[in-house]
Design a protein around this ligand. Sequence first.
Ligand SMILES: *Cc1c(COP(=O)(O)O)cnc(C)c1O
Length: 369
Amino acid sequence: MSPAQGIEFEIRSTAEPTPAARRAELLAAPGFGAVFTDHMATIRWTEDAGWHDARIEPYAPITLDPAAAVFHYGQEIFEGLKAYAQPDGSVVAFRPEANAARFNRSAARLAMPELPEAAFVRALELLVTQDRAWVPTADGHSLYLRPFMIATQRGLGVNRPSTSYLFMVIASPVAGYFGGEVHPVTVWLSQDYTRAAPGGTGEAKCGGNYAAAFAGQQQALDHDCDQVVWLDAAERRWVEEMGGMNLFFVHGSGADARIMTPATTGSLLQGVTRDSLLKLGPDLGIPSYEGKISVDEWRDGCASGEITEVFACGTAAVITPVGAVRGADGDWTIGDGGPGPVTMRLRHELVGIQYGSKSDRYGWLHRLG
Ligand SMILES: *Cc1c(COP(=O)(O)O)cnc(C)c1O
């Protein structure tokens, strides 16, 4: 039993752990989000009892009533963060408190109960400790952690949110997101669809945002692009973000380089990676700021050479260069289309902090096990 602000976890170990040889085989080529560890964390919430029945238990399917609210009205939120094996043998997470805080902001927006941050982090610590053998040590690999919460109340009434919820954490050993190597992506500017509107759920990390994004992502693929870039819902003019990642624009080059990311307007997701780069850039002599950029300014900036690089950032793929843009109003290339020096330097520094080869000067690493 381990207390986390009054929430005690019971540990139920699996009677059938994956044999070591099979685990090694899975860890050799895990892909992304396809392999899962032996255990999961669960905590239940009801109006009467609040948070209770916290457990680490064997990874297994869950049983829900077909009338459970999550299936009908999409009350679901999630988080994504990674655990990294360190050179000294410990395992750390990158800024898990930031994910816990964002989870509760998402919960508030979806009218779900907030989970004490200490319980969120404790669930990660206990799950990673239990499944320690699943933390990859190969270069660039990590253990992706997926906390989420669903509405479980049975009934189809829509006048009020669910009165019961299930919080879970599952863990998945992963290789790099876009195949591990740093390949610039080509992006499609979505004019037909938008991801989020003022007052909507764009700032919340909820499954519904993704459900509504697949049609736009499919259009991107249909146009031979890798990812969709979302524009603002009102004018379809201002750049917001890319798929499930935030965007940065590099202005100038060499000693004059600076990085700009679209300011939070309520409709874009406030990435932990985005926030980290806003802090890291200036320390490397690369001023950073939040701003606003239109599609025209993006195209013209690339033509004039003022915009030298563009990259996307997020937990899964860390930093990914954007090489080219396609849209209804034309196609253009960013720089020479390859990964730029500012992009690669920021990537190298951030990955270095996460894997423990650079000093953790901001106290971003949290020991999990
Ligand atoms: C999770 C997410 C991001 C990136 O956030 P990180 O905390 O950096 O991983 C960006 N955009 C969307 C839509 C997301 O869901």
